[in-house]
Design a protein around this ligand. Structure first.
Ligand code: SF4
Length: 362
């Protein structure tokens, strides 16, 4: 079996939110509360969850932009947490990050030429006399014309800026890119273009992605494997197709049912979570979801459910998932309502074109 490119074991990151007058921590946020992940080279792992669930913190921990409180992190068989400064510098060439906001992640005082040439010089990727050619290649790689190189970031649209940010990440020829909500700040019309670009680059350059998103509908199109996070813990993890066809955890089901259906008459059984997201300063005992979960029993309040995987690699952290009612159809779409069926029959009678047997609504 091929060794994973990235291995995370028992990763924990706590932030001190308050201290006493003597400097002792009195309130701690458990942003990441003991997670295990593995990622094979050339694959995309999506981290999904609501804002504040700890997914972006995991992204920063992978790059060692912040230090973990506990846990292990291995990249390409090497212990990342044991790296000295020189090794860390070399590691930062292998692992890059693309941030959510392309407006904030590019220095407005630098031209595109300077933005892309900077990492080439910093890591000594190509000799100085070849840098202009390499910048032109990078721009072409992300679908921008090389003549844009002398321009400043403010002269570009949001989608074009995100392409520049991706080109800057690619400049150092990384193996792994952490994409932290890379399309959330973009217009809906350009999101799919950036997702297609990322998929295309992955195939051409054999890249590996950790794709962080709050939006399951985005993840569906790019991820091989999906990990769902809630209050610092992974509550479900599976291959993307399996997760979309057969979500097990009540939280995953609620996330799925919150995806808007682009047809007002499509029927979908909503899985509503009760109450608000608890404060991460004092998360509920046992299963963090229990105050909001319709299936909670006494055991859920006192015992943390472990992430248990079946033989196919579908894991869920829920005491009750085997006995929960079957999840409503999610991947295959929903059945058309009677009124739509009548309309479709009418259309078929008028035009002679047969009505479709079912409509995919996701
Ligand atoms: Fe709900 Fe209990 Fe499962 Fe948590 S462990 S998701 S509270 S049923």
């Amino acid at each position: 079996m091929i060794a994973p490119l990235l291995e995370i074991e028992g990763l924990v990151r706590h932030f001190t939110a308050r201290r006493s007058v003597f400097g002792r921590p009195t309130a701690t946020v458990k942003a990441v509360d003991g997670i295990d992940l593995t990622l094979q080279a050339g694959q995309t792992l999506a981290l999904v969850g609501e804002s504040g669930c700890g997914k972006s913190t995991v992204g920063r921990l992978i790059l060692r932009l912040i230090e973990p409180t506990a846990g292990k992190l291995r990249f390409d068989g090497r212990d990342v947490l044991g790296f000295d400064e020189k090794q860390l510098r070399a590691f930062r060439r292998e692992v890059q990050i693309v941030f959510q906001d392309p407006y904030a992640s590019l220095n407005p005082r630098m031209t595109v030429q300077q933005l892309l040439a900077e990492p080439l010089a910093l890591h000594d990727i190509v000799p100085a006399e070849q840098r202009n050619d390499r910048v032109a290649e990078l721009l072409a790689l992300v679908g921008l014309e090389p003549r844009f190189a002398p321009r400043y970031p403010h002269e570009f649209s949001g989608g074009q800026r995100q392409r520049i940010a991706i080109a800057r990440a690619l400049a150092v020829e990384p193996k792994l890119i952490v994409c932290d909500e890379p399309v959330s700040a973009l217009d809906v019309s350009v999101r799919s273009q950036i997702l297609n670009l990322l998929t295309d680059l992955q195939q051409r350059l054999a890249l590996t992605y950790v794709f962080i998103s709050h939006d399951l509908s985005v993840v569906k199109h790019i991820a091989n494997r999906v990990a769902v996070m809630y209050l610092g813990r992974i509550v479900e993890m599976a291959e993307a197709d399996e997760l979309f066809a057969n979500p097990r955890h009540p939280y995953t089901r609620a996330l799925f049912s919150a995806i808007p259906v682009p047809r007002p008459d499509a029927r979908r059984q909503r899985q509503i979570l009760e109450g608000d997201v608890p404060s991460p300063l004092s998360p509920p005992s046992g299963c963090h979801l229990h105050p909001r979960c319709a299936y909670a029993v006494e055991r859920c309040m006192v015992e943390r459910p472990l992430l248990v995987s079946d033989a196919a690699g579908h894991a869920a952290a829920c005491h009750r998932w085997p006995e929960l009612p079957a999840a409503p159809a999610l991947a295959a779409g929903t059945a058309p309502s009677p009124s739509l069926e009548r309309l479709m029959e009418k259309f078929a009678r008028k035009t002679g074109v047969p009505a479709p047997a079912g409509v995919d609504t996701l």
